[in-house]
Design a binder for this molecule. Structure first.
Ligand code: SF4
Ligand code: SF4
Length: 82
């Protein structure tokens, strides 16, 4: 999963781009729910939020490093819940 750092300027552009609805406004800045972020695996070849963020504040979440296979499995779990 990816994460949003405190450099976020709340510009709102990433939230609608997330195919997994993993991005939402937190207490002060936007946040990514690591249970829902597949790093866009299953939807796109590149993380969409990273593509649009103007301040490059969306790195990997060090607490949620996952293999491509794990991300694919998460994608399939999320799809099954829809
Ligand atoms: Fe959503 Fe993709 Fe960004 Fe993860 S990497 S938060 S799935 S847009
Ligand atoms: Fe924050 Fe970047 Fe999302 Fe804008 S695009 S709300 S700066 S994380």
């Amino acid at each position: 999963a990816l994460m949003i750092t405190d450099e976020c300027i709340n510009c709102d552009v990433c939230e609608p781009e997330c195919p997994n609805d993993a991005i939402s406004m937190g207490p002060t800045i936007y946040e990514i729910d690591p249970q829902k972020c597949t790093e866009c695996v299953g939807h796109y070849s590149e993380p969409q939020c990273v593509q649009v963020c103007p301040v490059e504040c969306i790195p990997f979440n060090p607490a949620w490093r996952e293999s491509r296979e794990e991300l694919q499995a998460k994608f399939e779990r999320l799809q099954a819940q829809k």
